[in-house]
Design a protein around this ligand. Structure first.
Ligand code: FES
Ligand SMILES: [Fe+2]
Length: 381
């Protein structure tokens, strides 16, 4: 038994070791990090993929710098704006250009300070699109924003409503929960929003299949069994007269690198996106978004409706249940079962298709081999 367990653990490590190593997320990707309306005149401190970042609004533009003054390590997010397009560190007034991160003046060392032009703070490429602030986190030059972000966000009539909050757990546990086939049939059975609906018992043939253009990994399912007779339990679920039995599989779910889960069909009136952005090893930023395609009054109505629905869902829907379960998970070790094919399919997909994370992976890819990890497996998964 023990041997069997070790063998399955070894199989797991070799099948998705790059995913296992990505405790802080995959680098060299664009990430949505905040709703644009939430960044005011005051700078904001955030953490993405383990990196401390300061966000600044200057007129109608947004900038992002590494949140650390190289002089004595004070966060730049507590600095002051002494001149347009700059931030002055709160401690000794070293003043940086927001666009380039270059040190352009040192207020406590006179206008001829010789250190000017010799110090730079890392700047992050930023885009403000679809009501969201997006950042590029990585060491390689950023790929064009439009080539990477789902096109649904970039349609000229795209409207986005939603909320974002930092939660306990690793980002992988959150995105795996999103495509986890079994949990919605048990955990969410007891959500207030499903009071009138009886979920089916179980589903055969769960799998993950790439979309035609290869950008999404779609969850597919076989036959759904409404109720069944189980050892010890008997007939389950038992019929409740006030509940309407659900027999179909209406929800479409798709994942995408670096951390997107799409719930629904992008051709319907609106689609939900749950984006689980890595903060550090034990926290993630849940961006719970609805994207619709409307203009004028239709767009206004969309904002109001979604604002109402999302607030209700945040309190009484599936969301608090998912958040709760993810915060309680303790893995590894784990013993997976048949419906978890959606999870292992996603892990393998990430392992095989995520951008190279370092020089050794880039070299392996150029040589035409399998990308092999050189990072240590941070959490032993
Ligand atoms: S620590 Fe920033 S200016 Fe001294
Ligand atoms: Fe869920």
């Amino acid at each position: 038994m023990e041997d069997e367990r070790n063998a399955s653990q070894e199989f797991a490590l070799s099948s998705w070791s790059r995913y296992s190593a990505a405790a802080l997320g995959f680098r060299n990707y664009w990430y949505p990090v905040m709703l644009a309306r939430e960044l005011g005149k005051k700078p904001r401190a955030i953490k993405i993929c383990g990196e401390k970042i300061a966000l600044f609004r200057d007129g109608d533009r947004v900038f992002a710098l590494h949140d650390r003054c190289p002089h004595r390590g004070i966060p730049l997010s507590v600095g002051r704006k002494e001149a347009p397009g700059t931030i002055s560190c709160a401690y000794h007034g070293w003043t940086y250009d927001l666009e380039s991160g270059a040190l352009v003046a040192v207020l406590t060392d006179g206008p001829d300070s010789p250190i000017c032009g010799k110090v730079n703070v890392h700047r992050y490429p930023v885009e403000v699109r679809a009501g969201l602030i997006w950042l590029y986190v990585g060491d390689d030059p950023p790929p064009p924003f439009e080539d990477e972000v789902p096109e649904e966000f970039l349609r000229p009539n795209a409207v986005v409503e939603g909320y974002a909050e930092v939660r306990d757990g690793n980002w992988r546990e959150a995105i795996e929960n999103c495509i986890d086939e079994g949990h919605s049939k048990y955990l969410h059975r007891y959500a207030l929003t499903t009071f009138w609906r009886e979920a089916a018992a179980w589903t055969r043939g769960v799998d993950m299949v790439p979309s035609e253009d290869g950008s999404w990994l779609n969850r597919v399912r076989g036959e759904t069994v409404v109720n069944d007779v189980y050892p010890r339990v008997g007939l389950w679920p038992r019929k409740k007269w006030w509940r309407k039995q659900l027999t179909g599989q209406s929800t479409q779910l798709s994942n995408r690198l670096p951390c997107y889960c799409r719930v629904g069909n992008p051709r319907s009136a609106y689609t939900s996106y749950q984006i689980f952005v890595p903060v550090d090893e034990t926290r993630y930023l849940a961006m719970m978004l609805s994207v619709g395609w409307k203009t004028g009054l239709g767009a206004l109505r969309f904002h109001l409706q979604q604002w109402k629905t999302l607030r209700w869902g945040k309190r009484h829907g599936f969301d608090p249940q998912d958040k709760w379960a993810i915060s309680l998970m303790e893995i590894p070790p784990e013993r997976l079962y048949r419906p978890d094919k959606s999870i292992t399919g996603w892990r393998r997909w990430c392992h095989e298709t995520a951008r190279p994370q370092n020089a050794a992976e880039r070299f392996a890819l150029l040589a035409g081999g399998e990308p092999s990890p050189v990072q240590t497996v941070a959490d032993g998964r």
